[in-house]
Design a protein around this ligand. Structure first.
Ligand code: ADE
Length: 240
C-alpha cells in the first residue's frame, strides 16, 4: 500500500513514521510512505506558498497553484509506478471533516494508494480543494496547527490493518473497536505475583473456554465503565 503525503513539513511526517512497527513495514515493502514537499512546486521566485485571504480575516492561506502542481506530480508518480490511471482518494486533513474512526481505517486499508493533503496556516484556497475532489477528514474535535499529525495518526492506524504489518495476524481483529464495539480485556505478563498483586487465577488455569468467558466478561465491564456510549452500541448494535 502506498501513502503519499502532500505537506510543507516532509521531515516531520517521515520522522514521525519511520520508527518501530511502521518502519519495519516499510523495510519489508508492505507499505510505502512518500512525503512530498508542496513548496517544491511553487512558481513563486521567493518560494512563497501562502497569501492573505480575500475579504480579510486572520492568518494566511495556502495558495492553489503549488498544491495543484504538487498533486499533479503525485498522480504522475502513481501512474508511472503502476502503469495505470486509477484516481486515488485524496484525504484533506481538516477539523471540519468527517471524524476518523476504526471502520473508516478498515475501509481505507483496502486501497492501493492514498493521498493525504496537509494544510497549514488557516487552510487552503477552496478552489484547489474542489478541483482535487478532496475528502475532508478530522481526527477529533480540536484544532491542530497543521494536518501533519492527523495524517500520521491515520497512516499509523491504517498501516497496522494491512496484512503482515502486525506480527500476529489475529491481534488487529481482537482488539478494542474491532469486536462488536467492545473495548479490550485487561492483560497481564510475568511475574505471576508483583508487589503482592496476583494475576487473576483463571489466566493461569490453561482452561481456554473459561479464559475466553472471563475475557468477554471483563471486556463488557470495561466498556460499560469507560465508554458507556460504546456499551449501548454493543447491547443494541443496530441502533445508531
Ligand atoms: N487540522 C487541524 N486540526 C485538525 C483536526 N482535528 N483533524 C484533522 N486535521 C486538522
Amino acid at each position: 500500500m502506498n501513502f503519499y503525503v502532500m505537506t510543507l513539513f516532509p521531515e516531520m511526517v517521515m520522522g514521525g513514521l519511520n520508527n518501530s512497527i511502521i518502519k519495519r513495514a516499510m523495510d519489508n515493502n508492505l507499505i510505502r510512505i512518500e512525503a512530498v514537499n508542496i513548496r517544491d512546486y511553487t512558481l513563486d521566485k521567493h518560494k512563497k506558498v501562502d497569501d492573505y485571504p480575500f475579504g480579510g480575516g486572520a492568518g494566511m492561506l495556502m495558495q492553489a497553484q503549488p498544491v495543484w502542481d504538487c498533486y499533479q506530480a503525485v498522480l504522475e508518480n502513481i501512474s508511472t509506478n503502476e502503469g495505470k490511471n486509477q484516481k486515488p482518494r485524496v484525504l484533506y486533513m481538516s477539523p471540519q471533516g468527517k471524524t476518523f474512526h476504526q471502520e473508516m481505517a478498515r475501509e481505507l486499508s483496502k486501497e492501493q494508494n492514498l493521498i493525504f493533503l496537509c494544510g497549514h496556516y488557516e487552510g487552503i484556497d477552496q478552489r484547489v480543494l474542489d478541483r482535487i475532489g478532496a475528502e475532508e477528514v478530522s481526527i477529533g474535535d480540536y484544532v491542530l496547527t497543521g494536518g501533519e499529525f492527523p495524517a500520521m495518526v491515520m497512516i499509523d492506524t491504517i498501516s497496522r490493518l494491512v496484512p503482515g504489518v502486525l506480527n500476529n495476524d489475529t491481534s488487529a481483529d481482537e482488539e478494542s473497536f474491532s469486536d462488536r464495539n467492545l473495548l479490550e480485556y485487561p492483560q497481564y505478563t510475568r511475574p505471576e505475583e508483583w508487589e503482592g498483586e496476583e494475576v487473576p487465577e483463571v489466566l493461569l488455569s490453561g482452561h481456554h473456554k473459561k479464559i475466553k468467558e472471563w475475557r468477554l466478561q471483563k471486556a463488557i465491564e470495561n466498556t460499560k465503565n469507560k465508554r458507556p456510549d460504546l456499551y449501548l452500541k454493543y447491547i443494541k448494535p443496530d441502533v445508531e
